[in-house]
Design a protein around this ligand. Structure first.
Ligand SMILES: C[S@@+](CC[C@H](N)C(=O)[O-])C[C@H]1O[C@@H](n2cnc3c(N)ncnc32)[C@H](O)[C@@H]1O
Length: 309
């Protein structure tokens, strides 16, 4: 081999090796309350990632998700108009009318008076997953945290769930109004009620006796101070058969990383890829996680472990 050929060949092999090292191995699993695939973030028994610390797993997830989705912090909500008094959305064969109170956003600490993209994504994901038969909410007990204007809980009730929508005490009036406007006996397969639940406070016994089948939350991971209270409430609401769906907005990597690190101590966490969301309701600023308490056998079957490169 000529010297120049040898150099080229060495360079090619080096580049291939670097490419191989750059490739991330994604572990794919299924969780018991959701039949679609999830990408393992961490906390599963017998997972490759089991030996890594929660902080390493959380940091790795933040690197991956920001690299894949490249969210821009200045991008406005794409799926909701927060200055409008009403959000109209078709879901489950109904035209929903979700009332918003844009001026309340000026009150410090108030965030649930308008809808957020991650709420629309989660609501439409639930509808799409039920239609695709990877999820069934019929007759299931569901608790939603930080319901805000109530779109997600309304969709879950239309899909047959018996839903308790919860929020801070001063957020319940708009929530009740939106339920009355959108859900009535003739159109709802399930049911919806509203209850106060402040994260970190002990939940009313009726919320946990029996434990819910599903806990939902959209855009509830947005403040570092609230993370411990939120995770405490998630733990209090979760039995061995409870599955949590949380959608979040990719605005602040530090807050999301802190949440993942804290939650991974007690929960197995998987990420739902955008290919499994409702095809018309995507956003690079939104991420969707499924959580189950670590004490349970999260796996349907160890053989469902696949690897893709
Ligand atoms: C950004 S909003 C999201 C609202 C709605 N889920 C959505 O996607 O449009 C966050 C929600 O969490 C609620 N929240 C914030 N801190 C809370 C706490 N400590 N306890 C209960 N709810 C809280 C807020 O009132 C608000 O409704």
């Amino acid at each position: 081999m000529e010297a120049a050929e040898r150099v080229n060949s060495a360079a090619r092999i080096g580049a291939e090796k670097m490419d191989e090292e750059d490739e991330t191995v994604e572990e794919i699993r299924q969780m018991s309350g959701y039949g679609g695939d999830v990408i393992v973030v961490g906390g599963f028994p017998a997972a490759e990632s089991e030996s890594e610390s929660e902080s390493d797993l959380a940091a790795a997830e933040i690197m991956v998700i920001w690299a894949i989705q490249g969210p821009t912090s200045f991008a406005p909500n794409a799926l909701v108009a927060q200055s409008s008094l009403e959000l109209r959305l078709d879901a489950c064969g109904h035209s929903l009318s979700i009332l918003q109170s844009p001026c309340s956003l000026n009150t410090p600490g108030v965030t649930g008076s308008v809808m957020w993209d991650s709420g629309v994504v989660l609501g439409k994901f639930l509808e799409h997953s039920v239609d695709s038969k990877v999820l069934s909410l019929e007759g299931k007990k569901i608790v939603e945290l930080g319901s805000g204007c109530g779109l997600v809980g309304c969709i879950a009730a239309l899909l047959g769930g018996n839903v308790v929508l919860t929020d801070l005490p001063d957020r319940l009036r708009l929530l009740k109004k939106n339920i009355q406007t959108n859900l009535h006996r003739g159109n709802t397969r399930g049911s919806a009620t509203v209850q106060e639940l402040v994260w970190g406070d002990d939940p009313d016994p009726d919320l946990i006796e029996p434990f819910p089948d599903y806990v939902l939350g959209s855009d509830v991971i947005y403040s570092e101070e609230a993370v411990h209270h939120l995770v405490k409430t998630l733990l209090q609401l979760c039995g061995d058969q409870t599955t949590i769906f949380l959608s979040g907005e990719l605005r602040n990597d530090a807050v999301l990383e802190y949440f993942l690190e804290t939650a991974l101590k007690d929960f197995a966490i998987g990420r739902v890829e955008q290919t499994q969301w409702h095809p018309d309701y995507h956003s690079r600023r939104v991420v969707l996680y499924v959580l189950e308490k670590k004490s349970k056998r999260c796996l349907i079957d160890d053989s469902s472990l696949n690897q893709s490169y």
